[in-house]
Write a protein of this length. Structure first.
Length: 246
């Protein structure tokens, strides 16, 4: 997969691109990520990328010309007339695992990071094919949002994660939060790891984990638990868990 990122601050991406799963995926050629400085696509002496908003108001608005030209150049380079092009903006549809899976299915992606007070609406209307937000809070720019999207998408690409099992077990795949994890030592500062996990009783462990997932999701994310189809066994585990707790 190739991802082209248009940004005013390409240097912000250095950490994400070089570390951990992302660093290895790039080294292995599983993903090709290209950064484009929007400023490089201006033609004036001062490389102006923003201007005052029509109609007045605070802040500056990103001009359409360099963004249109950058997207068109990427399309030309790829020999494609249309590349899925996402504008990162708080006005976009709310990003989630399902959207990540959808994006991971594309050969190419272009991400446009907005900045300042906004981006000329003609970019959203006539250049981008999609607008995405990562949550109901305000970031100073689209870069951190683009990094979240890229990270989430790249780990779904074939071959990126070592074992395919870890993908299936991820929270949100099934709509439930993950169960709590423990490692050695069994007792730390008087805090014991749950004895079931040290018991070697695999069925018991699986049951405990399922119950913890259900309980956590019900308590912390009632919005998620409402959407999951619970089996009879799940319902039993959940009501049992609530009885123990209360
Ligand atoms: Cl995509 N951009 C900005 N500036 N803020 C955000 C966001 C995006 N998603 C959530 N907050």
């Amino acid at each position: 997969m190739r991802i082209d990122i248009l940004t005013l601050f390409p240097e912000m991406f250095a950490g994400l691109l070089s570390c951990s799963i992302m660093g290895r995926a790039r080294e292995r050629g599983l993903v090709d990520i290209r950064l484009h400085d929007i400023r490089d696509y201006t033609h004036d002496k001062h490389h102006v990328v923003d201007d005052y908003p029509y109609g007045g108001g605070a802040g500056m608005v990103l001009k359409p010309e360099p963004i249109f030209e950058a997207v068109e150049l990427v399309g030309k380079e790829l020999g494609l007339s249309a590349v899925p092009t996402i504008l990162l903006t708080p006005q976009g549809r709310l990003f989630n695992q399902e959207i990540a899976r959808e994006l991971a299915g594309y050969q190419h992606l272009i991400l446009i990071c907005g900045h300042y007070e906004g981006v000329d609406e003609r970019v959203a209307e006539h250049l981008a094919s999609d607008e995405i937000s990562i949550g109901d809070y305000v970031l100073s720019g689209g870069e951190v949002a683009a990094m979240a999207v890229v990270d989430c998408v790249v780990r779904l690409l074939p071959g990126v994660l070592g074992s395919e099992v870890s993908l299936d077990e991820d929270s949100h795949i099934e709509g439930l939060l993950e169960y709590p994890q423990y490692t050695r030592p069994p007792m730390y500062r008087g805090l014991a790891a749950p004895s079931i996990l040290l018991s070697g009783d695999h069925a018991g462990i699986a049951r405990w984990r399922r119950q913890q997932s259900l309980l956590r999701t019900a308590k912390r994310r009632p919005d998620l638990i409402e959407k999951v189809v619970l089996s009879q066994e799940d319902k039993k585990l959940l009501s049992e868990a609530f009885e123990i707790k209360s």
